[in-house]
Design a binder for this molecule. Structure first.
Ligand SMILES: *Cc1c(COP(=O)(O)O)cnc(C)c1O
Length: 373
């Protein structure tokens, strides 16, 4: 029998979250961001749930190829653009739109031989200081691009550093507007946080939004707002079972480094899931875990293949009891339970994004069609 650990991908949740993105940005088209192999869910697995999007945005040409092989004929955007001149061959062959964020990418385009002029997204660095032309260089880049026969459409984009926090987007938005207001072309500015928090303003919303993490059912601004607050449903469940139970006496310790010491007699459960599966090794004592749909806590250091959990309040729990590491729990007397990935991540000092992206290839993944039990 295989290890009882598995990840479930919920297609109905992906569809629901995509609809939430549309609702948050009415009239805008939606790039479903599927970089990092669909935020760890698998591009091919999420495709069925997200094919209602207007396009897919990603970084790897290999992932774009997968989408074309799945027969996706619509737009695909490379959000970091070409990494070398030869990537443009692939863009022509696969019909990919690509970001242009530096002069060198324009040089490559100018030398590129193609019968199919490209649709490019010219990126402005409006303050994030990662990729993009400075506001001063932006216009010149636009003029250069618009003179190239290799280019037939130029859209404008930028990316916010603080859409999820108190700083907000206003400064970057003003910089973007000032440097681009009289240039033609469609606009794309919003990631998930900006889509949910700032896209009520049609100018911020632009023509295309670029939600990523919200599509997978995590909140872009946890703990200020939970996924539930935003009406999002978890698209990934990581679940396993108890494979052992131990009875501790007061003073006994658990696991490597004896991190946890029992202060009284207690029962603990051993779960088939460890850091080699993508569960964060730095998870502290107290990180929430569901056993039989009931909340308990991690105790002791995370091992490669196992974790240990407190069963003090769960007398019915025994080997084979169901464990939810994050996502949707089992129905408890008809009540579906949930352990938000954001909460687990928060205990570990990270964000839901990192946990979902880190799901290990050794974990068996099962795709659940809509309305599956
Ligand atoms: C990753 C990414 C997004 C999506 O970000 P989320 O926070 O996951 O919504 C949007 N735009 C760009 C340029 C990105 O790199």
């Amino acid at each position: 029998m295989p290890r009882p650990l598995e990840a479930l991908i919920h297609l109905d949740a992906l569809q629901h979250n995509l609809a939430r993105a549309r609702q948050a940005a009415p009239d805008a088209r939606v790039w479903a961001v599927v970089k990092a192999n669909g935020y760890g869910h698998g591009v091919e697995r999420v495709y069925e749930g997200l094919r209602g999007a207007d396009g897919f945005a990603l970084l790897d040409i290999a992932e774009a190829e997968k989408l074309r092989r799945l027969d996706w004929r619509g737009p695909i955007l490379l959000i970091e653009g070409a990494f070398d001149a030869r990537d443009l061959e692939w863009c022509s062959r696969l019909g990919l739109w690509h970001t242009v964020h530096c002069e060198q990418q324009i040089d490559w385009l100018a030398l590129h031989k193609t019968e199919w002029p490209h649709h490019v997204f010219l990126k402005m660095n409006s303050g994030m200081n990662r990729l993009g032309f400075t506001p001063d260089a932006f216009r010149n880049a636009w003029v250069r691009l618009s003179s190239l026969p290799q280019v037939d459409e130029i859209s404008l984009m930028t990316h916010f550093s603080d859409a999820d926090g108190p700083l907000g987007i206003s400064r970057q938005f003003e910089v973007f507007q000032r440097a681009s207001h009289d240039l033609p072309g469609e606009r794309s500015l919003c990631n998930s946080a900006a889509t949910l928090r700032h896209a009520t303003d049609p100018a911020v919303r632009g023509d295309w939004v670029r939600p990523g993490v919200m599509l997978y059912g995590a909140s872009p601004d946890f703990p200020e707002h939970s996924a539930r607050h935003w009406g999002l449903q978890p698209a990934m469940t990581l679940r396993s079972r108890l494979i052992g139970v131990q009875h501790l006496k007061a003073g006994d310790t658990v696991g490597y480094g004896s991190r946890f010491t029992a202060d009284r007699d207690m029962r603990i459960g051993v779960v088939a899931c460890g850091y080699a599966d993508g569960y964060p090794r730095h998870a502290p004592d107290g990180t929430p875990v569901l056993v039989d749909g009931q909340r308990t806590r991690l105790i002791g250091r995370v091992s490669m293949d196992m974790i240990t959990v407190d069963l003090s309040a769960l007398p019915q729990a025994q080997p084979a009891s169901e464990v939810t590491l994050w996502g949707q729990g089992p129905d408890l007397q008809g009540q579906p339970t949930e352990l938000p990935i954001d909460e687990v991540a928060h205990h570990c000092g990270t964000i839901g994004y990192e946990l979902m992206c880190a799901l290990s290839p050794r974990v068996h993944v099962d795709v659940r069609a809509p309305h599956h039990d």
